[in-house]
Design a protein around this ligand. Structure first.
Ligand SMILES: NC(=O)c1ccc[n+]([C@@H]2O[C@H](COP(=O)([O-])OP(=O)(O)OC[C@H]3O[C@@H](n4cnc5c(N)ncnc54)[C@H](O)[C@@H]3O)[C@@H](O)[C@H]2O)c1
Length: 335
């Protein structure tokens, strides 16, 4: 299918969007809108598309069927609503926004306009994570008992100082939890279902930011399983994400994006990991150079447009992690 996309934002992740779009047959970048003229110009030169600084003029660009939002998180809903009102399908970066109230307004605006809404949580497309979901759903580990999720990442001071919206209450909505930890919040909800009770602490331990660089949460799932989540950008030099899920029949361990152990009472005969790990340096950098996850998310969204289906992670799915992040912030006294 021929699909023409406009990019909102021209920073770090919009580069990933441009590269991923170019890897998809029939897809192209036709317009780019951002605050920094130099970055917009560079993206257009390298990947094609007309440069815009005026958002309304960008939205009027035609032919253009969809936008991909890679702007600061607190602008996602407002910009998505404006795009939907112009009849454009909306695929936004995680988190869907920084407030559930605005996320709901975006979901309604897309429904009213009859356009698709998707949220990029690329982990949902990674082979080992899909397999992990299937194994848990098939009952391989039995009834889930305990989950231990550790996102002990590191970001240098420049990560915050070079993009001044990061770590702010207004545009990031928080710090390490809503920006970095949200991938794992989404993963836990996707794998294990809803969370019904939360206790939490957050703090700025290392970075000079107004929100948290370290968050701890105790979670109770509707299944009765208990969990703990650690998310930080202050753990030098940064360690691969580790998720350990124990059930009544044994334990599965995920490191980075690979299943590294399946330890069951009845020895497991199948393969452990199906894939080479994601090549992104996410433990210490925001750059998504291995575009495979993003490419799959965009391909899924284009297919949803073409076949009039629901994207794998639509607005309602994308809203879940934000709602839990809000609950964690509330429990910690941060909001
Ligand atoms: N899926 C992933 O793995 C992943 C990775 C990195 C970032 N992200 C998400 O992508 C979004 C952007 O992150 P980034 O790392 O590309 O940030 P960035 O700072 O590199 O780029 C942000 C872009 O928004 C523009 N901008 C800055 N301030 C603005 C403002 N006040 N209003 C409007 N536009 C403004 C900038 O000019 C820039 O083009 C965030 O929502 C982040 O959570 C997702």
């Amino acid at each position: 299918m021929q699909i023409r996309a406009g990019l909102i934002g021209a920073g770090n992740i919009s580069e990933t969007h441009a590269r991923a779009l170019r890897a998809i047959p029939g897809a192209e970048v036709v317009a780019v809108c951002g605050a920094n003229a130099e970055k917009v110009g560079r993206l257009c030169r390298e990947h094609g598309g007309a440069a815009y600084h005026d958002f309304q003029a960008f939205l009027a660009h035609r032919p253009m069927e969809m936008v991909i939002i890679g702007s600061p998180s607190g602008r996602h809903a407002e910009q998505g609503i404006a795009a939907a009102r112009q009849g454009l399908h909306v695929l936004t970066e995680k988190p869907i926004d920084t407030s559930v109230e605005r996320a709901d307004a975006l979901i309604s605006a897309c429904e009213q306009a009859g356009v698709k809404l998707g949220v990029i949580f690329q982990d949902r497309f990674k082979p080992d994570l899909r397999r992990l979901k299937q194994l848990i759903a098939e009952g391989l580990i039995g009834k889930p008992i305990l989950v231990d999720a550790r996102v002990k990442w590191y970001r240098p001071a420049e990560y915050y100082s070079q993009s001044r919206w990061r770590g702010t209450r207004g545009l990031d909505g928080g710090g390490a939890l809503i920006n970095q930890g949200v991938h794992t919040v989404d993963l836990l909800l996707w794998l294990l279902g809803d969370v019904v009770k939360v206790q939490a602490r957050t703090a700025a331990m290392l970075h000079q930011i107004e929100t948290e660089d370290t968050a701890l949460a105790l979670l109770e799932f509707s299944s009765g399983a208990l969990g703990q989540l650690q998310a930080t950008t202050a753990a030098y030099p940064g360690y691969p994400r580790r998720v350990e899920i124990t059930g009544s029949k044994g334990t599965i361990i995920l490191e980075q994006d690979r299943i590294v152990a399946i330890n069951l009472r009845t020895p497991y005969q199948g393969p452990i990991s199906s894939e080479v790990a994601d090549q992104n340096p996410s433990t210490s950098s925001p750059v998504v150079s291995d575009i495979r996850g993003h490419q799959s998310a965009i391909e899924d969204f284009i297919l949803a447009i073409e076949k009039d289906m629901t994207p794998a992670c639509d607005g309602r799915e994308g809203r879940k992690s934000l709602a839990l992040v809000e609950a964690i912030y509330k429990a910690s006294g941060q909001r």
